[in-house]
Design a protein. Structure first.
Length: 307
């Protein structure tokens, strides 16, 4: 970064404005004490508005402390957590002129806030996010351009050298929030389903990766056991796959690993623990590869030796 990073630009802005207005006051034969109360209130309001760096610090602090609602209130996800009141929802009606009243009413669930049960359902995902946040967030600077800002957070990962990670913010109604306009629009369109859709996409990718890991585990196991393959319990016992595959809490999926009677062939499968909430696709894998399909939560059944 060639140009100097600006630190606390908002405070510098306030100082400059104060000096200019003081000069202006004296040039008109006034004293600095004659500044009007509205002007002073404007100065106080700007001085009290958190800077982008302040916002990032508070966001990470709230996440670390598991105050998820407070954290998301400082981000583009605020609308998902808070939702819209019935009055606010009705104010959207002019933007959906092409829809009938029935079609418009059908949109209501998307704009409602998360229920306490839904929020609790998502808590394990939020907990994993919080666990990944370092105890100390070191900010090296910020850049502001109009209603967009970038805060540079220095991150240290194990043995890797410390690196500056950019965090994007946008200014909405005079306050900085974490996120960008493009993703804010995605969140707005998805409504409260955004978190569930994001979790489902993540789980689908993780299932694909885990099935590939199972395939490698079978290769290792067969080399250690005269060409025979192992079921899930055997692979876990050898430390080739994680034990948490026996449950669904961390993966959102039920995994199965089956072997033929002579243990010369094997298959693996995975289905969502909660269809539509933790996943939509069912997966099947054998020696030829991975296949998936939306089976409404039911297993994707194929012959154990089917190519």
């Amino acid at each position: 970064m060639k140009r100097r990073v600006l630190i606390r630009r908002s405070l510098v802005f306030v100082c400059v404005q104060s000096v200019l207005l003081t000069i202006l006051a004296h040039s008109e034969g006034l004293t600095s004490l004659s500044l009007t109360k509205p002007v002073m209130r404007a100065f106080a309001s700007r001085a009290q508005t958190p800077s982008p760096s302040d916002t990032v610090r508070e966001f990470y602090k709230a996440m670390r402390e598991r105050r998820f609602r407070d954290a998301f209130a400082l981000s583009i996800y605020k609308s998902v957590i808070d939702g819209l009141s019935d009055k606010e929802f009705q104010e959207l009606r002019p933007h959906f002129k092409e829809m009938s009243d029935i079609q418009f009413a059908a949109l209501r669930p998307k704009y409602q806030k998360l229920t306490p049960q839904e929020f609790d359902d998502l808590k394990p995902d939020f907990e994993r996010l919080a666990a990944a946040i370092p105890a100390t967030v070191n900010i090296s600077g910020e850049q502001i351009s109009g209603d967009a800002a970038t805060v540079f957070v220095r991150v240290k990962e194990e043995d890797k050298p410390e690196q500056a990670e950019p965090i994007t913010l946008i200014r909405v109604d005079g306050r900085w929030i974490v996120g960008d306009k493009e993703n804010q629009e995605i969140v707005r369109k998805a409504g409260k389903e955004f978190f569930f859709n994001a979790r489902i996409d993540t789980h689908h990718n993780e299932v694909q990766d885990m099935l590939k890991r199972i395939s490698l585990a079978q290769l290792v196991y067969s080399q250690q056991n005269n060409g025979q393959f192992g079921d899930m319990a055997a692979l876990i016992a050898k430390g080739l796959i994680p034990k948490d595959l026996e449950g669904t809490e961390t993966t959102g999926y039920r995994f199965h690993v089956d072997v033929s009677a002579d243990k010369k062939s094997w298959t693996a499968a995975a289905e969502p623990a909660q269809y539509g909430r933790t996943g939509r696709l069912s997966f099947f894998m054998d020696a030829t590869g991975v296949r998936s399909a939306d089976m409404a939560g039911k297993p994707l059944i194929m012959g154990i030796n089917q190519p």
